[in-house]
Design a protein around this ligand. Structure first.
Ligand code: UD1
Ligand code: UDP
Length: 376
């Protein structure tokens, strides 16, 4: 029997974290599957941190990242360079993840090459094409060209059905982020002493990087943090600042060299997971962090007005605060002052998976692909 050739493509930090468990699972079946990895390196340093943690050595590295890159160059570089990767590797199936421009362009490129595509983390939607931008349209495009849809939750399954995706191509698998998180928390104990945190203070972990928050919104977030730190002498804020210059500049300008505010470099995934666990509250506009924090029992204040991850909001552990300064301050202050409210939001719940999503995805590929290959 010939092996199924699976080409996994990713380019940014969150895709790498969420695809690493899939790659590791594919590698468990060398007699049945030939696993090929292509990184676009839409992110360079933040991607390499994950590759080294999970010990993944890509077969192809497109190395496309440019300083302050725009959507046109990422899209055209990936679309075009993938053609050569397909010609060299001749995959039976291409796997892409989520909603980045790497994922959308790689999926489109595979579609042009008439190679079936599997979409990991399919079906997330806000149904607002500018929030988040450009991710909502990236995932709609990716879902439109993909054949296999690996949806993490019931809501994402329903979104795909509403988008007229044939039900027999939708598989509810859970989110692979939980596979990555459980593995990392279990196998890595990280030392956070370099941050210089005060053990007697409450730690608030902050991350923010979304394109639609550039400009005034990110400045409002920073001003809210300044006000919270001023009002509450018993808190400290840690912000691993995303390398995007549109984030670095305002954040360093407004929050640099301030007492009890620790601006640090993007963290490797293992120490970041430990920091999430040790934090009191998390403020974020990140998609991945919204999925991870509830399973660690951490209340999350989301710095966005919509989310494609409504499950934890429904359970009450995640709250949307948007980017208005006063609203953010009020929501965080409520959690600091009101023990009952804090307790309610810090219930450990996990609507996103059981740690077996990658296993399910690989099982589906092993079952479905041979049928397709035989039929060709
Ligand atoms: C990208 C994704 C976004 C995802 C985010 C995760 C798109 C359009 N955006 O946004 O969906 O939520 O990643 O973090 O796909 N940079 C570095 N080193 C790195 C990474 C980034 O220097 O390792 C700097 C570069 O100057 C780069 C810039 O950040 O040009 C922007 O990177 P880009 O991938 O275009 O956008 P993100 O905001 O990271
Ligand atoms: N993360 C990390 N180091 C950091 C910040 C985040 O490893 O300094 C992880 C986080 O745990 C999550 C992922 O990166 O798994 C989220 O990435 P990001 O917020 O950049 O992207 P998004 O999920 O919003 O697309």
């Amino acid at each position: 029997m010939s092996k199924i050739k699976v080409l996994t493509v990713f380019g940014t930090r969150p895709e790498a974290i969420k695809m690493a468990p899939v790659v590791k699972e594919l590698e468990k079946y060398p007699d049945e599957i030939q696993s090929i990895v292509c990184v676009t390196a839409q992110h360079r340093q933040m991607l390499d941190q994950v590759l080294s943690l999970f010990d993944i050595k890509p077969d192809f590295d497109l190395n496309i990242m440019k300083p302050n890159q725009d959507l046109w160059t990422i899209t055209s570089d990936v679309l075009l360079l993938m053609k050569d990767v397909f010609e060299k590797s001749k995959p039976d199936i291409v796997l892409v993840h989520g909603d980045t421009t790497t994922s959308m362009a790689a999926a489109l490129s595979a579609f042009y090459a008439k190679i079936p595509v599997g979409h990991v983390e399919a079906g997330l939607r806000t149904f607002d094409k500018y929030y988040p931008f450009p991710e909502e349209i990236n995932r709609v495009f990716a879902d439109a060209v993909c054949t296999y849809h690996f949806a993490p939750t019931d809501t994402s399954v329903q979104n795909l059905v509403k988008s007229a995706i044939p039900e027999e191509h939708i598989y509810k698998t859970g989110n692979t982020v939980i596979d990555a998180l459980l593995h990392t928390v279990k196998n890595n104990k990280a030392d956070l002493s370099y941050i210089g945190l005060n053990p007697d203070s409450k730690t608030i972990l902050l991350t923010s990087h979304r394109r639609e928050n550039f400009g005034e919104p990110i400045r409002n977030i920073c001003k809210a943090v300044l006000e919270l730190v001023e009002k509450n002498k018993n808190i400290q804020v840690v912000y691993p600042v995303h390398l995007n210059p549109n984030v670095q500049k305002p954040v360093k300008e407004l929050l640099g060299n301030k007492e009890r505010i620790h601006l640090i470099d993007p963290m490797e995934y293992a120490p970041f997971s430990t920091l999430m666990k040790e934090s009191h509250i998390i403020m974020t506009d990140s998609g991945g962090v919204q999925e991870e924090a509830p399973s660690l029992g951490k209340p999350v204040i989301v710095l966005r007005s919509t989310t494609e991850r409504p499950e934890a909001v429904e359970y009450g552990t995640v709250k949307l605060a948007g980017t208005d300064k006063d609203t953010i301050v009020n929501e965080v202050q409520k959690l600091l002052d009101d023990e009952k409210e804090y307790k309610k939001m810090s219930e450990a719940i996990n609507p996103y998976g059981d740690g077996l999503a990658s296993k399910r995805i690989v099982e589906i590929i092993k079952k479905e692909l041979p049928k397709v290959l035989k039929a060709v």
